[in-house]
Design a protein around this ligand. Structure first.
Ligand code: GAR
Length: 201
């Protein structure tokens, strides 16, 4: 059985999509062992509690990053988490966190990386004028929005789009992408060659 640890900071719609995918049997032999938010009032935390999941707030405000991260690592270990999924977790991870879970931390970002890393990716895409947008699930490494790409989904930017309407269509793709990426990683049937995520030969 695989134990997921999901880290959130806000709405948590990606977390809900992952939980729904598990319930629908799309991510086999997997449970959500813990949902952690760095903000106690994150709506996603309430959604997790409503589903009867183990949901904890580990407040980041006023804390040093490395110290806060150590507390999160302890909670993940306590719950025997073997894959960490960042789902709208709006904090950078310290190197100690990344080293504690080598190639075992995934993130979802609302752009086709390496385009538009960082904040407000959908607004960046509209302002840049790209005609294809999307989302990326990737392993987390020590650079922001940079690790090996597991899966991307693309969609057209419409002439009528603004950042808000584009984000609303990207998030639908995120929900599909994240569940599929988690299932692929947990299947273990992959190899990483250079920066490429490939089926195991
Ligand atoms: C999602 O669009 C996710 O890709 C983005 O925050 C949103 C969280 O939504 N993450 C980032 O921009 C990280 N750089 P959710 O709380 O409803 O899952």
């Amino acid at each position: 059985m695989h134990n997921l640890g999901i880290l959130i900071s806000g709405r948590g719609s990606n977390f809900v999509a992952i939980a729904d995918a598990i319930d629908a049997g799309k991510i086999p032999d997997t449970t959500i062992a813990v949902v952690i938010s760095n903000l106690a009032d994150a709506p996603g935390l309430a959604a997790a509690r409503q589903r009867g999941l183990n949901a904890v707030a580990i407040e980041s405000r006023g804390r040093k990053r490395a110290e806060h991260d150590q507390e999160i690592i302890a909670a993940l270990r306590e719950n025997q988490v073997d894959l960490v999924c960042l789902a709208g977790y709006m904090r950078l991870l310290s190197p100690g966190f990344i080293q504690a879970f080598p190639q075992r931390i995934l993130n979802i970002h609302p752009s086709l990386l390496p385009a538009f890393p960082g904040l407000d990716a959908q607004l960046q895409a509209v302002e840049y004028g790209v005609q294809i947008a999307g989302c990326t699930v990737h392993f987390v490494d020590e650079q922001l929005d940079h690790g090996v790409i597991v899966l991307q989904r693309a969609l057209p930017v419409l002439e009528t789009d603004d950042a808000h309407t584009l984000a609303a269509r990207i998030i639908e793709q995120e929900h599909l992408a994240y569940a599929e990426a988690i299932a692929r990683v947990l299947s273990g049937r992959y190899q990483i060659v250079g920066r490429r995520f490939l089926p195991k030969s």
